[in-house]
Ligand binder design. Structure first.
Ligand SMILES: [Zn+2]
Length: 98
């Protein structure tokens, strides 16, 4: 018989101290996390003081008044020229559309 029948995975649950030691061993083995601190709310749509400024590049809606074909483009490209729909019609920027 082994020591009191305390076989791994059977019998009494691990003591809290034992579990903490296990966790510390694992943490030591894994080492520090290889990435920066993750901030779940820091990003697009985030909230709070670390919210980034609103993007200056907005995707503007462009639609063909004839068939309704719609694409989105940035101000930069619309200033250069508005695209045509597959039918060859000139599309128009839809203002006020988010
Ligand atoms: Zn069209």
């Amino acid at each position: 018989m082994d020591r009191g029948g305390a076989r791994a995975g059977a019998g009494r649950p691990l003591s809290l101290q034992h579990q903490i030691e296990r966790g510390e061993k694992l943490a030591k083995k894994l080492g520090p996390f290889p990435h920066a601190v993750i901030k779940p709310l820091h990003g697009l749509g985030g909230v709070g003081p670390e919210r980034p400024p609103v993007q200056s590049t907005r995707m503007l809606k462009v639609m063909c008044p004839g068939c309704g074909y719609t694409v989105r483009a940035t101000r930069k490209w619309l200033d250069i020229g508005v695209p045509a729909c597959p039918d060859g019609d000139t599309m128009e920027e839809v203002r006020g559309d988010e």
